[in-house]
Design a protein around this ligand. Structure first.
Ligand code: NDP
Length: 499
């Protein structure tokens, strides 16, 4: 039997009891409390400080540990060591989250799911911060805070607000493709085990010889995609708000390890030159018929966190964490997220968040020019020079290969162009949304579910905003707007919560 641990205070001093405050002159609760009762003061003071700032988006999440195993050789495309060698395994930390709700928000609400994945490689951490839908609502990062506020709480009523939600999207219609995906049944996944994740962004994979390819990543569930209907999701949000977390935890605990297949779509720079779609536009996919999915790896979740706060709440993911062989593209959303995510972690966890056990690289870290700051709990590089260019302790530099340009031929006008241009909505923004409606049409009931899902939400908006939203769906196909309009006027249509 395990020996019972001896209770101590946080400084290691043993106390005879953890459940009695010190009283003056009496037993039980007769006497006054004493300021000298450090244990009581520490207990209360620490309790008031238990919470850290929650993530402003993606606050509610579930997570687990696992492994990333290479199944197909793509070494001719990238030098990334974690992708080289069939059978190679790397440790992974995955966190899947809703976007809008605060911590504790219901798991089943209609929302995009975030997919934060840290792969601990021999060359440092490779983070992939993906989404459960393949496209995004905006392509200009300056709109990101506005988008998220419109999906959250109204500043006056402090409630989710369909008028505000649709007002934003009516006036930023480049997001129509993402709206279509959100209001399909995939917007309410059955569990975390039954959803796919997509990079959305275009990345580059690179070789030391200066060659590179563009990729989009797809992580497809081996459990099969399964979704809830709008009504099931609404009911479960009340009855079992933590159902996704419980499902993942219990599956792993009983050895039923969920897995996913990781694929890349791969495009050469010359293919990108004249491609039909701008590959830096996060509101567009690359059709499978143009760029088929190439299998790369298998992801398996096989270990629950021992402590949620330490390992999942304190986990910090950033698209800027890229190993040699993976590189950013000129996608403006990716470029902006590469700043914003680290910045959020600095605010939420402090400047040394990379030292926390859940975030710490398994490869050797030697970064003596970034030191000190709150909560330094490494050796802080001892007496090593804290400035660059010292002869006293030579440092070897191997570095990432950075010699890959940002040119994309026919779409060069995007680079360096003004913010307003990227936000301009053109008919091309509706073409893939039409394709998505056609995809839904091939599966029984999916178009009807889409219409119902939108109607349930749009019904809550004021008439003027409803009209404009119907106009937006008309731009996809007039029949969609007609069907939604009829459905909205159906008596007893449930109003479904979003976020
Ligand atoms: P395909 O005709 O080759 O395939 C359509 C894809 O749509 C499927 O592969 C599947 O993605 C997804 N899908 C299928 N059924 C549903 C559903 N009921 N709800 C939501 N998504 C579904 O697609 P194309 O590549 O020619 O693109 C057509 C449209 O499909 C796009 O406009 C886009 O909206 C959507 N789509 C395309 C993706 C891509 O990267 N090409 C990815 C996802 C959706 P999956 O196989 O990933 O499960």
């Amino acid at each position: 039997m395990e020996t019972a641990p001896t209770y101590t205070g946080a400084e290691g001093v043993p106390y005879a009891s953890a459940s009695t405050a010190q009283h003056f002159g009496g037993n039980n609760i007769k006497g006054l409390l004493l300021l000298q009762d450090t244990q009581l003061i520490e207990t209360l003071a620490h309790f008031s400080r238990e919470r850290i700032p929650e993530r402003v988006v993606h606050a509610a999440g579930v997570g687990a540990w696992g492994e990333f195993e290479v199944t197909h050789d793509i070494s001719e495309l990238t030098d990334a060591k974690f992708l080289n060698g069939v059978g190679k395994k790397s440790k992974v930390l995955l966190r899947v989250s809703t976007v809008g709700p605060e911590r504790g928000g219901a798991d089943t609400i209609r929302d995009v799911r975030g997919w934060g994945m840290k792969i601990f490689t021999e060359e440092g951490n490779q983070d992939f911060v993906f989404n459960s839908i393949p496209v995004f609502f905006v392509r200009d990062p300056i709109k990101f805070p506005s988008l998220n506020r419109s999906h959250k709480r109204h500043p006056a009523t402090n409630q989710g607000d369909p008028t505000m939600f649709w007002d934003f999207h009516n006036n930023n219609q480049e997001g129509i493709h993402a709206i279509m995906a959100l209001f399909s049944d995939r917007g309410t996944p059955k569990t975390v085990r039954h959803l796919n994740a997509y990079s959305g962004h275009t990345y580059k994979i690179t070789k030391g010889d200066g060659t590179f390819h563009y990729i989009k990543a797809h992580i497809k569930t081996n459990q099969g995609v399964q979704s809830l209907t709008n009504d099931e999701a609404t009911e479960l949000a009340g009855e079992a708000p933590g159902i996704h977390g419980a499902d993942l935890y219990e599956s792993i605990a009983k050895g039923d390890f969920p897995s996913w297949t990781v694929y890349f779509q791969v495009m050469t720079p010359s293919q990108a030159e004249n491609y039909r779609w701008n590959i830096f536009d996060m509101t567009k996919i690359w059709p499978h018929s143009d760029f088929p999915l190439i299998p790369v790896a298998k992801l398996t979740l096989n270990k629950n966190p021992g402590n949620y706060f330490a390992e999942i709440e304190q986990a910090a993911f950033s698209p800027s964490n890229m190993v040699p062989g993976i590189a950013p593209s000129a996608d403006p959303m990716l470029q902006a997220r590469m700043f914003a995510y680290n910045d959020a972690a600095r605010y939420r966890l402090g400047v040394n968040y990379q030292h926390l056990p859940c975030n710490r690289a398994v490869s050797r870290v030697y970064c003596p020019f970034q030191r000190d700051g709150f909560m330094t709990f490494t050796d802080n590089y001892g007496g090593d020079p804290s400035y660059v260019g010292s002869d006293l302790k030579p440092i070897k530099y191997v570095g990432k290969n950075g010699a890959h340009g940002y040119k994309v031929g026919g779409h060069e006008e995007w680079i360096g162009s003004v913010v307003g241009f990227k936000s301009e909505v053109v008919d091309d923004d509706f073409v893939q949304a039409r394709g998505f409606w056609d995809v839904l049409g091939k599966q029984e009931g999916q178009q009807e579910h889409f219409v119902y899902n939108v109607a349930c939400h749009l019904k809550g908006a004021i008439p003027q905003v409803q009209e404009k939203a119907l106009g937006m769906f008309s731009n996809v196909y007039p029949v969609i707007a007609e069907k939604i309009k009829i459905m909205i006027t159906t008596e007893n249509l449930e109003k479904a919560p979003l976020n």
